[in-house]
Design a protein. Structure first.
Length: 275
């Protein structure tokens, strides 16, 4: 038999226990990592943790354990694990610098899911955009606008800006400004607004509706009309009240001023020429 072949066979027999051990560590480690990751996800969901966050943490646990298993398998083969960790660390640093924007979006996504400034189904204004929250992901949040546009907002922009959760509370106040003429009766106008509020069953008794004189403007006396409604009724009530105010005021002879300009023309006569 060729000595080269004999030497190679002897080398294989010498390292066979190490290779078999590394394969066993790898297979058993991957199986165990998956089981532990799945168990951690189920435990988090039983504790009421958001599904998106629990899935992210499951992936984090799984890949961390896989990394440990790979290092253990490499060590079993006889390689210097410290050198391997150094190379792995340098590679991770390079990847982190290249994907810093994506990592910042992931960090922001975790913060949003963890602290829950809004949830799926809420109407929000984030990063200057208003819409209903359709999906909260680790990288971005998907909104649907009232006119059915789909807007994808990076999570880092959301967390770095003001967040307005429009539907967070059960009730909202409808703020309307109603201008009447200086010649109209203020008490009558206020009474009509109280009557409109009393006739609409969607307007809540508590908190109480506010009707008051807010401003003596240039061309009108401005009244504020502020009824409280359920959040789900907000826009329907606002639109209906605006229409009702116009109709009732017209019937009762209360005028709603609008901007006007009086233009005065002066004709200047030129002096007659002296003869």
């Amino acid at each position: 038999m060729d000595l080269t072949l004999v030497g190679f066979w002897a080398y294989l027999m010498a390292i066979a226990p190490q290779v078999i051990g590394a394969i066993i560590i790898l297979v058993a480690g991957l199986w165990l990592s998956k089981r532990i990751a799945n168990f951690s996800q189920r435990a988090l969901e039983r504790k009421g943790v958001d599904v998106t966050l629990s899935r992210f943490l499951r992936g984090l646990v799984y890949y961390s354990l896989v990394l440990v298993v790979i290092i253990a398998a490499v060590g079993q083969l006889g390689f210097n694990t410290m050198s391997f960790l150094t190379v792995l660390g340098a590679l991770g640093l390079a990847i982190g610098l290249a994907l810093k924007d994506s990592l910042s979006n992931i960090a922001a996504g975790v913060m949003i899911i963890l602290f829950r400034p809004f949830k799926v189904g809420d109407a929000v204004t984030v990063a200057g955009v208003t819409g209903g929250v359709q999906m909260i992901g680790l990288f971005n949040t998907v909104l649907h606008t009232p006119d059915n546009q789909k807007i994808i907002v990076p999570n880092s922009k959301i967390l770095g800006d003001v967040i307005t959760n429009i539907t967070a509370n059960d009730t909202r106040r409808v703020d309307l400004v109603v201008g009447i003429s200086y010649e109209d009766d203020i008490d009558k106008a206020k009474a009509l607004l109280w009557e409109i509020a009393a006739k609409d069953p969607r307007i809540l008794k508590d908190p109480a509706t506010t009707v008051a004189v807010a401003e003596l403007a240039d061309s009108s006396v401005n009244l504020v009309f502020r009824p409280w409604v359920k959040t789900s009724d907000y826009w329907a009530v606002r639109f209906d009240l605006t229409e009702q105010i116009k109709k009732v005021f017209d019937q009762e002879g209360i005028s709603i001023p609008y901007p006007q300009q009086d233009v005065h023309l002066f004709v200047e006569k030129s002096p007659e020429k002296t003869q």
